[in-house]
Design a protein around this ligand. Structure first.
Ligand SMILES: C[S@@+](CC[C@H](N)C(=O)[O-])C[C@H]1O[C@@H](n2cnc3c(N)ncnc32)[C@H](O)[C@@H]1O
Length: 285
């Protein structure tokens, strides 16, 4: 990893953490909540700061490539494509805003299928950048979108529309896809959104990274930041974002278990930087 890439990734993680930390289960997991019960073992893949995880009302465990401590929820440092869990141990799986960050979304869902017990429910939420509507449009803002997409490299920012096919390909069934949406349609929301976008194009960490990647340069980035300022000042400015949700189930390929859950290791040590957190999955809710 180059120095510019590290600095860029640290900048992005710090910039997004406060917004992710304000997410709630009521807003982001509403489609999954009716299918959850308190006794369920739930795995939250790519749990981030865990503000959704804590509201799922289950025996949740978080897994994240860059784990942070979540009060009341064990967190394991793990790549979602290679989880440190035996097969068939989770009653429910949740993954919000994870697949847009991984190069191989199907590998993540296949791994989710492996650790899902027969009949387990999975809920996935993710974005589709073609569902980002901006008015008025401007070539510089369109170019900014291209740059932001190019920086994601092999991750698919249109994964939302693929969720139905991906879940089926991973071995889940009964897939139900839905969408939710958000609008920036007040002066305050338009300004907040434009500021958030503009800051990315002005950040030295981003400018250095896109320059090293050969995607853009300081002059173009400054022009795009200025276009966001103009957009924000336009009294007609308005934006909307579509968010895909998908529910599916692991096939009930054997009768529902009667004698409790398949055995899990007594304690799973977390890795990836949280050495003192353990995951007491089998020690009751
Ligand atoms: C956009 S955040 C979403 C966090 C949380 N689910 C939410 O909705 O607020 C994406 C999270 O996925 C994690 N992540 C990215 N790639 C991953 C991978 N291959 N395995 C596990 N976690 C990953 C990141 O560290 C980050 O915490």
């Amino acid at each position: 990893m180059t120095g510019t890439r590290e600095r860029y990734e640290r900048y992005v993680a710090e910039r997004h953490r406060p917004a992710h930390g304000r997410r709630t289960a009521g807003r982001w997991a509403a489609f999954l909540l009716p299918h959850l019960r308190p006794e369920m073992r739930l795995l939250d893949l790519g749990c981030g700061p865990g503000s959704i995880t804590v509201g799922l009302g289950t025996r949740a465990i978080g897994a994240d490539l860059h784990p942070v401590r979540i009060d009341g929820v064990p967190v394991v440092g793990a790549d979602a494509r290679a989880l440190p869990f035996p097969a068939g141990v989770f009653d429910a799986i949740f993954a919000n805003a994870l697949l847009q960050h991984v190069a191989d979304a199907l590998a993540v869902l296949r791994e989710a299928r492996r650790v899902a017990r027969p009949g387990a429910v999975i809920g996935v939420g993710d974005v589709d950048w073609d569902g980002h509507l901006l008015h008025p449009r401007h070539p510089l803002l369109e170019r900014g979108r291209q740059i932001r997409e190019a920086v994601r490299e092999r991750a698919d920012v249109r994964v939302g529309r693929r969720l139905r096919g991906l879940l089926a390909a991973a071995g889940f069934e009964g897939v139900e896809v839905g969408v939710t949406g958000e609008a920036a349609g007040t002066s305050r929301a338009v300004a907040a959104m434009a500021d958030f976008e503009r800051e990315w194009f002005e950040a030295p960490e981003v400018i250095a990274h896109v320059t090293v990647l050969g995607i853009s340069g300081a002059e173009e980035m400054a022009a795009i930041a200025a276009a966001w300022r103009r957009w924000s000042a336009d009294p007609a400015a308005c934006a909307a974002t579509l968010w895909f949700t998908a529910l599916a189930w692991a096939p009930p390929d054997r009768p529902p278990h009667e004698g409790g859950h398949p055995p899990l290791p007594q304690r799973l040590s977390a890795t990836g930087g949280i050495d003192d957190v353990e995951c007491p999955l089998d020690q009751g809710p």
